[in-house]
Design a protein around this ligand. Structure first.
Ligand SMILES: NC(=O)c1ccc[n+]([C@@H]2O[C@H](COP(=O)([O-])OP(=O)(O)OC[C@H]3O[C@@H](n4cnc5c(N)ncnc54)[C@H](OP(=O)(O)O)[C@@H]3O)[C@@H](O)[C@H]2O)c1
Length: 331
């Protein structure tokens, strides 16, 4: 069995029937007992798939939503679709390419220049299993889009989140990871998958690694926020296995059988938004921080993610990467 088939077989475990049945039995997340009107939220990748339904549901609760996305047309189409159902919706699109640190900075500058509060930051955008590609900053694409870009975005917006959170209404940072993180095993000497030859590359491993790094760094951030007594919570979640464009890079051999299974077992994008909405809105998790959610319930993430030395290593290494890049861009 080659490396990629091994990872796919593990992924298959996630699609198991018991998982599906437990989802069907799950009670709907409690998100509607609070008044969220007037809050401000950012949803990365908020114009398609799961993110679109998250954006729409936030708008439905009179939250001002900023969608961050790479494709302007998809962003504008999403806004049109949302306004069709909610003509008075407060929803804006700001261009964001998470594969470019400059673009993340431009996005943050644009948002911060509006002098708004930020109650909810949803780091949702992602790519899965693309062919080997380096970003303009020289990183493997999944590492940067799924992990590094969101790490930097969160850092740029953290001060505003801290200023927004109050004892009665904490600001929330919600990170969309994946169950696939359990097979992640990042190379500590080459966390960023830099300059790896394509023939040594497993897109499945790179995806799992990027999703595991999200957990490690968010647990580290949680410890920092608790130490500072701030009213900001951070959490990470798995949205379920959802029928979206995320699967577009699967090879034909995998796409066809998984597509068939998916028709019966995968969640719709609307259902796929439930756990994110739970984490972003539910009063049950008000001021609860440092959790990993699946199916709108707290659960355990991979054992490695709880190792505080590992969390600190990932945090320090990532911060150094961002700093080096910023210095290189100034020179
Ligand atoms: N679907 C699943 O079964 C599943 C399972 C586990 C975890 N997840 C996670 O759930 C999240 C949402 O996935 P989805 O299924 O909704 O996928 P999707 O339908 O493919 O949507 C992905 C979103 O990410 C955005 N995006 C991609 N590259 C970007 C970049 N470089 N910069 C900024 N935005 C970018 C896309 O925006 P543009 O169109 O503007 O590029 C799009 O809105 C991802 O983090 C994914 O890993 C999904």
């Amino acid at each position: 069995m080659d490396k990629d088939s091994f990872y796919l077989a593990l992924l298959g475990a996630e699609l198991s029937v018991p998982n599906y049945i437990s989802r069907c039995k799950a009670k709907p997340a409690n998100t509607d007992t609070c008044n969220h009107a007037g809050k401000v939220a950012i949803v990365t990748g908020g114009s398609l798939g799961i993110g679109f339904h998250v954006s729409k549901s936030l708008v439905a609760r009179s939250i001002h939503v900023f969608i961050g996305g790479k494709c302007r047309k998809t962003g504008n189409d999403a806004i049109k679709a949302i306004r069709k159902d909610f003509p008075n919706a407060k929803v804006d699109f700001i261009h964001l390419n998470l594969g470019s640190m400059k673009s993340v900075d431009d996005f943050a500058d644009d948002f911060l220049s509006r002098d708004l509060r930020l109650n909810i930051l949803i780091n949702n955008a992602g790519i899965m299993f693309p062919p080997y590609e380096l970003t303009e900053d020289g990183f493997e694409s999944q590492f940067q889009v799924n992990y590094l870009g969101h790490f930097h975005l969160t850092s740029r917006l953290l001060e505003t989140l801290v200023q927004t959170g109050t004892e009665n209404s904490w600001a929330r940072v919600v990170n969309v990871s994946s169950y696939m993180h359990i097979i992640g095993s990042p190379d500590l000497d080459n966390l960023e998958n830099r300059a790896q030859a394509w023939y040594q590359y497993s897109s499945h491993k790179a995806y799992a690694d990027s999703k595991l790094l999200i957990l490690a760094s968010m647990y580290a951030l949680n410890r920092k926020l608790r130490k500072a007594h701030s009213c900001v919570s951070v959490c990470v979640l798995h949205p379920g296995v959802v029928r979206t464009d995320l699967w577009k890079h699967l090879t034909f051999i995998h796409k066809y059988p998984l597509g068939l299974i998916g028709k019966f077992l995968y969640l719709t994008p609307e259902q796929g938004a439930d756990t994110t909405l739970y984490a972003a809105l539910s009063p049950e998790v008000e001021s609860v921080s440092g959790c990993y959610y699946d199916n709108s319930q707290p659960c355990r993430s991979a054992r490695l993610t709880y190792d505080e030395d590992f969390q600190d290593f990932v945090w320090d290494k990532t911060s150094a990467l961002v700093k080096n890049l910023a210095e290189t861009n100034i020179e």
